[in-house]
Design a protein around this ligand. Sequence first.
Ligand code: GDP
Ligand code: MG
Length: 738
Amino acid sequence: MRKNNQNKKKIVVAIGGNPNSGKTSIFNHLTGSHQKVGNWGGVTVEKVEGTVEHKGYEITFVDLPGTYSLTAYSIEEIIARNFIVDEKPDVIVDILDAGNLERNLYLAVQMIEMKGKFIFVLNMADMAKKQGLKIDGDKLATLLGGPVIFTVGNRGIGVDVILDKVVEVYEGKDKKVRHIHIPYGRDIEGEIKKIQSVMRRDKDLSKKYSTRWLSVKLLENDREVIEKIRKQFKNPDEILNQVEESKNKIYKIYREEPEVLIADQRYGFISGLLQEVISLEKVNRIDISQKIDFILTNRVLGIPILIFFIWLMFQVTFGLGAYPKDWIQDGVDLLSNFVANILPEGILKSLVVDGIIGGVGSVIIFLPNILLLFLMISLFEDTGYMARAAFVMDRIMHTMGLHGKSFIPMIMGFGCNVPAIMATRTLENEKDRILTILINPLMSCSARLPVYILIAGAFFGKKAGNVIFSLYAIGIILAVVIGRIFRRTILKGESEPFVMELPPYRIPTLKSVVIHMWDKSVVFLKKMGTVILVGSIIIWFLGNFPINKKYSTDYNLQIKKINMELSKIEETLSKQNPDYEKQKIAMEKKLQNELSKLENKKREEDIEKSFIGIIGKAIEPIFKPLGFSWREGVALITGFVAKEIVVSTLGVLYGAGDNEEGQNLKEVLLAKSHMTPLVAYAFLVFVLIYTPCLATIAAIKRETGSIKWTLFSIGYELSLAWILSFLIVHIGRLFIGG
Ligand code: GDP
Ligand code: MG
């Protein structure tokens, strides 16, 4: 706190703003006759200061030169920003021409990046009114991070409020004050962080200045700041080298100078801001972006257009992706057959063919879908459409305390939760990010569909379609409900208001799309490859060991016997018999039948006595209250690795033979499992809710960076799945029995 000899507390206030925004009018009204006029140190640019007393404070106003921007291109701009950066005024009052908000906000947006406490004075309120503009001052204040005051400077209307506000803000009593920075997108933000960390090696200076502001300025090629770094920092070369490297990297991706991209992003921020705070029919729609936005973010058309694009995304991802998927599937089959032929019968063959190729192969086939999904998402992002989608969905997402931006990962979740969870990176706020990650698995991913198709097909016949649809709906409803509950309990806190930037549309460069797509896919492939590989081997091991089991009967001997009988049919039957052929066929059929029964029984016992069977029996009590047998329990456990595995596990456990999926298994399930339709539905709900797969768990761990949240996610999903299935079975029984 500044004190002078009369013991009056001093507040220094800088007044900034565009030329002709009414600064001088307001300044004169505030300071009356108490003004001093001079020149800024060393330059002949007018410096006007005035001091007034208010509520026991001595408030000094410094009228900064009027500027449109805070680059280093003119002496006025340099004076204005050096005053803010070096003198650190207690409060900064930014005067804006309310009738020209867009242009005036460009300065405001650069000011708020410099850190400080701001008051935004929307002067020329009379002119704005005449233009028919309605400005939501409260919202503007929230989004800019400082109180907003409306004034008519030349008539002194509202000007005195500034004095009260200055004191309030100075004393930290104004709730609107908070620091905001304009997000520059993942790539640029990443480079800013790198530059900042090099700057922080000089501890003293990085404390004195905002390293973020300096980094942004350096990326913008600001010669003044470059000088500052050279003169003041201990490690200028290190810093400037990093800046060069970062600029090159950004240029390589976007084929555009960082300076331009940063300016675009600021304009995007402003467009978004204006969309939210100004309501009227006649915003000056000057550029093409705004014209396109008029349609894409339209209140009526916005949502149908969004739905169309989402439909298109899935169409491309799954429709177009089906062809290469089939080719890869053929390739995997070929490899599998080839390896099966060259390896001798035995453990090694089983490991390689069933374990490794079967397991990893089942994931590799999704590669084209994943690449295409990422391609579409990169296209949406790089053209600027994603920002519009978020904008359109904002209101709906607010019902669960989230922003429009969280909508994107949720949509992607229908495809696959892993890239969806990765997409939460676009969310700035940590709590929003975690909340979005936590509810994401409730979006039913495409891997769950095979399970739905199998079970619903077996137990619900013609109603299968409705049953499957209901599962998707339950997932969405749960996401909303759980989202709201978490928001009010463990992830409490105001959902921080922020501007949804509307960056200008651009035609993406091939390079940037490919780089973005590839970056995401590589991460996916690496991690998923390892996780799936290990998971598959473990399941294979558990299903095949121990090898020496004690069977209830000697199957091998019996099988041998039947085979012998088969080969001797011709000898046992007399050829003279007129029904010889008929009898032979009947006999063969009977023996074959016995044989396959025996083999099935052996396989069943194999499984029951393998580790997986032992585990299944052990965990049986957990699933018993839900009406699931140990087989369903085991299928759910193996489903941890990937949901598709639920189907193949059921196939193995119910001994559906080689035809694991489709018709046979369906019939076998209906005949052998003790599930009623009600229990089967509970099973499906369980599959919907519990942790989707190991890859998702790995993604959650990576993106939250926290074991705690990862475990929490698994824990809440499992409990929720169990409880809901339990309720379905038991409440269902009250009504329909079964
Ligand atoms: P400066 O360049 O920012 O210092 O702006 P001035 O204070 O010199 O004002 C520029 C012109 O706008 C002057 O003619 C003022 O009388 C006029 N002016 C200032 N505030 C208002 C206002 O709120 N409404 C209207 N209609 N005119 C204003
Ligand atoms: Mg003036």
